[in-house]
Ligand binder design. Structure first.
Ligand SMILES: NC(=O)C1=CN([C@@H]2O[C@H](COP(=O)(O)OP(=O)(O)OC[C@H]3O[C@@H](n4cnc5c(N)ncnc54)[C@H](OP(=O)(O)O)[C@@H]3O)[C@@H](O)[C@H]2O)[C@@H](O)CC1
Ligand SMILES: Nc1ncnc2c1ncn2[C@@H]1O[C@H](COP(=O)(O)OP(=O)(O)O)[C@@H](O)[C@H]1O
Ligand SMILES: [K+]
Length: 500
């Protein structure tokens, strides 16, 4: 699913009006109805609902929502925040229609006009929408502040008032902090930015049938991976397949005290469909690996405690494997750096690079150019900062991410809530699965195993990253259902992996 910017959203609105065709006021009605359907489902009975409307089309939506909720016998109070002498046409139209069916519309011009809001009330925020062009000031700012201080449940229409759709807010901005955002048709870039968590709440998409052809043709670097997008990428297994059909992966993982990382990664790799797996680990991990992951072959390093790349066991060179995954628990010993230095120039197929392998790259930047093109790098934000620089806001971080992926021709998975997969072409795919239960040691190692398995099976690296991140998050969601987000562990995520 695409994520469009504020200008494109405006153009999409126009395109729908012209091409369907539909009168603007009817499109607003459709949006209001879609909101109301969601609202009635979520709040089947409220004792009191206060709707705050601005003067643009977001406010127009709010007035239409008020009328539709009144028709459904909801107790509604409407407050129009009159901050300017100018109203949009569709606002005025809905204002006239509402006046016919409501006893009184309240106007908020001065702080004294802002009503007290009680804890059992629901507030619908329709003050400013995607047309926000500057920070909220004056009476808008005061009203937003009062809503934020109130103990009520707050639902924002389309986007929290004061929050920009696709650019950074300044820290001083006053923005609604909703419990829910009900947004029209497509997600907004603002929703996936970590700093905006409290200005978005739980967000829901409602379909208002905007012009599909416009959406299909609109150029955008931003995508949001939904279940149907991910499932389309899944390869089917042939009836006459054998284990040779699904690749042989080599996983370089573990060090003394961190053999668990190798175990988790290996188990995840096997649960993600790899044909064969060899784990190269320090020899102290040999018995553990052979016991905990009997399906994997183990190549013990000559060194007991760290990876050096040497072994008494003869195996093919790493370049002969379908792919190589490196990083989980490997540490940053000079011997391990030397191994990485020797290894990279020998590889041509895309590989997976994680954890301390990334930190070694940060500290030895000349190695970045040696990465096989289209390799998948999986930094968490701290590792990404080491690879690049600090950022002033989430939008600058996205630019750094895009530029890095382009420059080194690699696929970068910036991990976190809504993990971002950046491609060498400059696209960014945000993931929709996963939950805070994944914030626990070892879940990143699991992801490395998952991605290594997908590359070994011949998935295109971009598709592997989008798909792997999606199913890893989905396994996290299943684990959270079974164990709860607090009790779940990385092992539970491995066990919950299911590719359908
Ligand atoms: N997407 C779709 O297809 C559909 C969208 N729909 C709805 O339309 C909404 C977008 O509507 P919108 O463009 O009228 O924008 P909205 O935010 O209501 O107000 C803009 C006005 O406010 C002003 N203004 C801006 N910032 C300000 C500030 N800080 N303080 C004071 N004023 C400020 C701005 O002034 P200007 O920038 O022009 O000076 C302008 O006059 C969208 O969120 C959704 O709810 C649905 O109805 C149907 C389908
Ligand atoms: N709040 C969250 N919501 C969704 N996913 C999360 C959240 N926190 C962490 N994750 C996921 O958990 C994984 C953590 O990886 P990482 O930080 O490398 O952990 P580790 O190094 O312990 O294995 C990533 O895939 C990340 O996207
Ligand atoms: K709003």
């Amino acid at each position: 699913m695409k994520i469009l910017n504020a200008d494109q959203i405006r153009a999409l609105d126009k395109s729908t009006i012209q091409n369907e065709p539909i009168a603007p006021i009817n499109l607003m009605e459709r949006a209001a109805l879609a909101f109301v359907d969601w609202f009635v489902d979520r709040f089947p009975n409220t004792t009191s609902t206060k709707i705050f409307c601005g003067l643009g089309n977001n406010g127009g939506d709010g007035l239409a929502i008020a009328r539709l909720l009144l028709e459904r016998d909801y107790p509604i109070d409407v407050y129009v925040v009159r901050y300017a002498p100018r109203e949009s046409d569709d606002f005025m139209h809905n204002h006239r229609r509402l006046k016919l069916v409501i006893e009184r519309i309240h106007y908020v011009e001065l702080t004294e006009d802002i009503p007290a809001i009680r804890h059992n009330e629901v507030v619908i925020d329709a003050i400013l929408g995607s047309g926000l062009s500057r920070p909220a000031e004056g009476i808008i700012k005061d009203t937003i502040g009062a809503i934020n201080r109130a103990p009520a449940t707050v639902v924002s229409v389309d986007i929290a008032s004061g929050l920009y759709t696709d650019q950074a807010n300044s820290q001083a901005d006053t923005i609604i902090e909703p419990d829910y955002t009900v947004t029209f048709q497509l997600p907004k870039l603002a929703f996936v930015m970590p700093k905006n968590g409290r200005y978005v709440g739980e967000w829901h998409l409602v379909d208002i049938r905007l012009h599909k052809r416009y959406i299909d043709h609109a150029p955008t670097p931003y995508y949001y991976t939904q279940p149907k997008d991910a499932r389309l990428l899944l390869h089917k297994r042939e009836r006459f397949s054998n284990k040779g059909s699904f690749g042989h992966a080599l996983l370089l993982a573990g060090s003394y005290g961190k053999i668990g990382a190798a175990v988790l990664s290996a188990r995840a790799c096997l649960r993600s469909g790899v044909g064969l797996l060899t784990v190269h680990a320090p020899s102290c991990g040999y018995t553990t690996l052979q016991t905990a992951v009997p399906e994997a072959m183990c190549r013990p390093d000559s060194n007991e405690r760290m990876l050096t790349g040497q072994s008494e066991v003869d195996t093919p060179p790493p370049a002969d494997y379908s792919t190589v995954g490196i990083g989980p628990g490997i540490g940053k010993a000079p011997e391990t750096l030397a191994m990485l230095r020797d290894l990279l120039p020998t590889l041509t197929k895309p590989m997976v690079v994680d954890a301390d392998a990334l930190n070694l790259l940060s500290e030895n930047r000349e190695l970045l150019d040696k990465l096989p093109k289209y390799s998948i790098l999986t930094p968490h934000p701290k590792e990404f900062e080491r690879l690049t620089q600090t950022w002033k806001d989430d939008y600058q971080k996205l630019e750094l991410l895009r530029n890095f992926a382009k420059k080194y021709k690699v696929v970068v998975v910036l991990k976190g809530a809504y993990s971002a997969v950046a491609t060498p072409d400059g696209d960014i795919h945000f993931n929709s699965t996963g939950n805070p239960g994944l914030s626990t040691g070892g879940t990143g190692d699991v992801l490395t195993g998952v991605l290594t398995a997908l590359l070994a099976q011949g998935y295109d690296p971009i598709e592997a990253a989008v798909l792997g991140v999606f199913f890893h998050g989905l396994a996290g969601d299943r684990a959270a259902e079974q164990r709860g987000p607090i009790g779940m562990t990385a092992s539970d995520v491995v066990d919950a992996l299911r590719w359908e």
